[in-house]
Write a protein that binds this ligand. Structure first.
Ligand code: ATP
Ligand code: MG
Length: 475
C-alpha cells in the first residue's frame, strides 16, 4: 500500500473506530481491522482466515457482526460486497476520502498489487520472464465478490492437487493430474475454483484459467495456452505437435490449468457428454493428461459429466471428481447480503432452492423487490416459485436434452415420490434400453438424483427443475 493510501485507510478505520466507540464503548479489535483491510484488498473470508490464522467460520461470524454494526452506524446496508465502494464514496470519512483507488477504479482487487502478497483470484498478473515466479493468467475469469462456505471442498481439492500429507492421513498415489468439478449450473463451481486458486497458487509456476463457453476447438485452445509460453509465430497448427509442446511445459513447470464450461463441447439434443462433431480430440487430450507423467494439474469444470471422466475414474489413475453439493447453511450469508428478514425461515428457503447460490440470489432479489425482504411472506405460497430469470437459466439447461430425456423428466415431474426404474417402464413409452440411457444421461447432467432404498434404487427429479418442467410446454 502506498504511504498516501495507508494514511487514508488508517483515517477511515479511525473514523469508524471513533463512532463505534461512541456508540458501544468498545474499540475495533484487531480481527475487525484485519477484515476491513482485507475487504478493501478484495479478499474473502477463507483468504482472511488463512492469512490471519483463524478458522473461516470464526472470521465469517466476526465479519457478519461487523457489517451489522457498520450498517446500524451508517443507517444503510454495509456488507463485504459494498464496503469497498462505500469507502471510495467517502462514506466513512468527514471529507470525500478515496481510499481504495484514486484513479476512479472501483475494482480495488485489480489495483491492489502493492497491498497483497498474492493477488486476488480474478486479478491477472503481467507475464513474468522468469518461470520460477508465479505467473497468473486468468483470461476472462469472473471476479468473485462473495465466497461463503465450501471449506471442506477447498480442503479436499487442495489435498488432491497438492497431495499434502498434512491435510489427510491417506496419501494419494500421486498428485491429481485431472480434478473435475461437476454439478448443475449455478451451484458455484467457477466460484469454488477461483477460491481454490487463491489458496494453492503459490505451489505453481503458472496458473491459467480459460472458459470453453464459446466452444473453441482443441486447436484453438492449445494455441491459446501455448501463447502463454512462446511467441505466436513459433506455434504450429499441428495438434500432435501442439500437445507434445504443451506436455513439455507441463513437465518443465508446475502448471495449474482450469478449463471451465466444458459442457459447451458437447452436442445438444444428444445424450450427456457426447462431443460435438470435430471436438472428439478433447477426449484424447484429457485422457493423455491423466496418462502421461508430469507434475501439473488440469481442473475441468462442467455441468455435464464428460464420458471419459466417468470411464477413467474407474481405473487407478490420478483423476478425481468432486460433485459439488448444496451450499448448505453457508447460503445464509447470501441471504444476509440481500438483507432478507425472518431469519428463522432462511433454512426452509435454502432447502427449497436446493442450496444453489445462483437460484438463491435470484430468489432473494425477488423477495426483496416484491415482499420487502420478508421471507416468511414469500414462503406462504406454493413452493418453489420460479422467477423469470431463474426460468431462463433452467431453459438453457433443458434445451440440450435428447427427446428421450425430455420424456423422462416430463413423467418424473408428475411424480409425487421417488420412482424406481421398473415403475418408470410401466409409465413411459420407451424401450428398457432407451429408458436406461436417458436416465443415466440425466444423472450425468445432475438433473436426476439416484437414491438407495431397501434393495432398490429410486430416482427423483430436482424439485426446482420439476417445477419448471410442469409449467413448460414441451413439443
Ligand atoms: N460459495 C459461494 N458463496 C457466495 N456466492 C456464491 C458461491 N458460489 C456461487 N456463488 C454465487 O452464485 C452464482 C453462481 O455461481 P457460479 O457461477 O460459480 O456457478 P457455476 O456452478 O459455475 O454455474 P455455471 O455452471 O452456470 O457456470 C454466482 O453469482 C456466484 O457469485
Ligand atoms: Mg461456472
Amino acid at each position: 500500500m502506498t504511504a498516501a493510501r495507508l494514511i487514508e485507510f488508517e483515517e477511515s478505520v479511525k473514523w469508524i473506530d471513533d463512532r463505534i466507540f461512541a456508540k458501544t464503548g468498545k474499540r475495533l479489535d484487531s480481527l475487525q481491522i484485519s477484515i476491513l483491510e482485507a475487504t478493501l484488498r478484495g479478499q474473502k473470508y477463507p483468504q482472511i482466515a488463512a492469512e490471519y490464522k483463524f478458522s473461516t467460520d470464526h472470521v465469517r461470524k466476526a465479519g457478519w457482526k461487523l457489517w451489522k454494526l457498520l450498517s446500524d452506524m451508517l443507517g444503510e446496508p454495509v456488507s463485504q460486497s459494498n464496503f469497498r465502494a462505500l469507502v471510495q464514496q467517502g462514506a466513512f470519512a468527514n471529507s470525500n476520502n478515496n481510499i481504495v483507488n484514486s484513479n476512479n477504479n472501483i475494482n480495488g482487487s485489480r489495483d491492489c498489487s502493492e497491498v497483497t502478497k498474492a493477488r486476488s483470484p480474478a486479478s491477472p498478473q503481467p507475464a513474468q520472464e522468469t518461470p520460477t515466479e508465479l505467473h497468473i493468467d486468468l483470461g476472462d475469469a469472473p471476479e468473485i465478490f462473495n465466497f461463503y462456505g465450501c471449506t471442506n471442498e477447498l480442503a479436499t481439492l487442495q489435498q488432491w492437487i497438492i497431495n499434502d500429507e498434512s491435510k489427510s492421513g491417506d496419501r494419494l498415489p500421486s498428485p491429481t493430474r485431472i480434478a473435475a468439478i461437476l454439478e448443475i449450473s449455478g451451484i458455484g463451481k467457477t466460484t469454488l475454483a477461483m477460491g481454490l486458486i487463491d489458496i494453492i497458487k503459490t505451489q505453481f509456476n503458472y496458473v491459467i484459467y480459460r472458459s470453453l463457453r464459446f466452444s473453441p476447438t482443441l486447436e484453438t485452445t492449445l494455441t491459446n495456452l501455448l501463447q502463454i509460453f512462446s511467441d505466436s509465430s513459433e506455434i504450429t497448427h499441428n495438434i500432435e505437435t501442439q500437445i507434445s509442446k504443451l506436455f513439455n511445459h507441463l513437465r518443465q513447470y508446475r502448471i495449474l490449468i482450469i478449463l471451465d464450461d466444458v459442457q459447451a463441447l458437447f452436442s445438444s439434443g444428444q445424450l450427456a457428454g457426447q462431443y460435438r462433431s470435430g471436438y472428439e480430440d478433447y477426449q484424447l487430450f484429457f485422457q493423455q493428461i491423466t496418462e502421461v507423467p508430469h507434475h501439473s494439474c488440469l481442473i475441468l469444470i462442467s455441468s455435464e459429466k464428460p464420458r471419459e471422466i466417468a470411464e477413467l475414474e474407474k481405473f487407478n489413475l490420478p483423476l478425481r471428481t468432486l460433485v459439488l453439493g448444496s451450499l448448505g447453511m453457508a447460503a445464509k450469508d447470501i441471504l444476509s447480503c440481500h438483507q432478507l428478514l425472518n431469519e428463522e425461515a432462511w433454512e426452509t428457503l435454502i432447502n427449497t432452492y436446493e442450496g444453489n447460490p445462483l437460484w438463491l440470489n435470484i430468489t432473494a432479489t425477488l423477495i426483496r423487490e416484491l415482499f420487502g425482504g420478508r421471507v416468511a411472506d414469500f414462503l406462504q405460497y406454493d413452493m418453489p416459485i420460479l422467477d423469470e430469470s431463474l426460468c431462463w437459466r433452467l431453459e438453457q439447461q433443458l434445451q440440450c436434452l435428447s427427446e428421450q430425456e425430455v420424456a423422462v423428466i416430463v413423467q418424473l415431474a408428475k411424480e409425487k415420490e421417488a420412482v424406481a426404474l421398473s415403475q418408470m417402464l410401466n409409465k413411459i413409452k420407451l424401450s428398457p434400453s432407451d429408458l436406461i440411457k436417458a436416465m443415466k444421461s440425466l444423472v450425468r447432467r445432475f438433473l436426476l438424483a439416484p437414491q438407495e432404498q431397501v434393495k432398490t434404487t429410486v430416482f427423483t427429479l430436482n424439485p426446482v427443475v420439476a417445477q419448471y418442467v410442469k409449467t413448460r410446454h414441451f413439443p
